[in-house]
Design a protein around this ligand. Structure first.
Ligand SMILES: C[S@@+](CC[C@H](N)C(=O)[O-])C[C@H]1O[C@@H](n2cnc3c(N)ncnc32)[C@H](O)[C@@H]1O
Length: 324
């Protein structure tokens, strides 16, 4: 399992760029970028080198953690997957490429694409040594994707929410066309992020894709609104990050939704844990997604071995064996 915090190399590269910067200016830029994003303006507030850095300092640790958690879930289901090539769509500062490079040492070819020139410049500066041989195309995703070679692993991290619905449908088809093996799409863990994942999932299953994770099936999602499928990854917060966000806690919890789709069916686990289980001395109560639908499973203490297993379940885990 790859740890959720940024690789030391990347952390040091970001810290080095922080020296000499005004913390208050960076915090202000980061606040404007976040507000624009929340108001539906996507990444349009990132216009300069200083903006790109403020974005990376504020958001890269969390999006990296979410992509890493998704890649860990994928690797658990497909342990033999060893991609050579990666296509990172809407790559921004290269977050998902860094996460994929850590998760898969087999990767040797990194193609990143994004419309934003400031983020591209930062990604090239940060990733030059680690993401050897990276090619970073600047332009609109549909055009750049159409020109790109297919890759073993295609990733779109926190990207599809920045484009309109009709464009998104076309982009999903294009990304799938460029996927030799696996497509991973990660979104914020909000009801809207989940809805986008659900739409793309249904569209690509209809086109022949199979779900490797998180769902243990290719059927319709069994959750009913207002419930939605999402996960949470805890990650450490550096002192600089706490200052930037005026945050007190030494960690943050990033909520995310994701889907990993493969060209060939995978050996799935029977269930996925959809919330943190409640453990009592009498039983473990867990919300599970299964091929048969949603299950609120209770594992009594008297079923010793199953109870011991269920006590270790965590939100987001794939379950080896469904409890009785
Ligand atoms: C929230 S950022 C995420 C960046 C990166 N994937 C990450 O996880 O940190 C979304 C990125 O998508 C890019 N983007 C949005 N719409 C795009 C489009 N139509 N074509 C190319 N890039 C696009 C933005 O420029 C931005 O870099």
């Amino acid at each position: 399992m790859t740890p959720p915090d940024l690789p030391t190399e990347l952390k040091s590269a970001l810290d080095a760029r922080l020296h000499g910067l005004s913390r208050s200016d960076t915090a202000e830029r980061s606040a404007v970028i976040s507000k624009t994003y929340r108001d539906g303006g996507g990444s349009t507030a990132i216009r300069s080198e200083a903006d790109a850095l403020a974005y990376a300092l504020a958001r890269m640790p969390a999006t990296y953690a979410a992509v890493t958690a998704s890649l860990n879930a994928l690797a658990e289901i497909t342990p033999d997957f060893a991609p050579n090539s990666l296509l990172d769509v809407g790559a921004g500062p290269g977050t998902a490429s860094w996460a994929a490079a850590e998760a898969f040492s087999s990767l040797t070819a990194f193609t990143l694409l994004d419309a934003n020139s400031a983020l591209r410049a930062l990604a090239l500066d940060l990733g030059g040594a680690r993401l050897r041989g990276m090619s970073y195309r600047q332009g609109e995703a549909p055009a750049e994707l159409a020109r790109a070679d297919a890759a073993d692993l295609v990733v779109a991290s926190y990207m599809i929410g920045e484009i309109g619905e009709a464009e998104r449908t076309a982009l999903a088809d294009l990304m799938w066309a460029k996927t030799r093996d696996t497509l991973l799409v990660v979104e914020p863990g909000t009801p809207a992020g989940y809805a986008r994942i659900l739409g793309l999932r249904a569209q690509l299953i209809a086109a022949g894709a199979h779900v490797a994770a998180p769902c243990p099936h290719d059927g319709p999602c069994p959750l009913q609104a207002p419930d939605w499928c999402h996960f949470s990854q805890r990650l450490p917060r550096s002192q600089a990050h706490r200052q930037l966000k005026s945050a007190e806690l030494a960690y943050e919890d990033e909520r995310f939704a994701y889907v990993a789709l493969t060209r060939t069916p995978t050996a799935r686990r029977p269930a996925r844990v959809l919330a943190q289980p409640v453990v009592s001395k009498v039983e473990v109560t867990a919300k599970l997604c299964t091929a048969q639908g949603l299950a609120i499973t209770k594992v009594p203490r008297r079923a010793k071995a199953d109870y011991a297993d269920a006590r270790r379940w965590r939100w987001g885990d794939a379950v080896m064996k469904e409890a009785p």
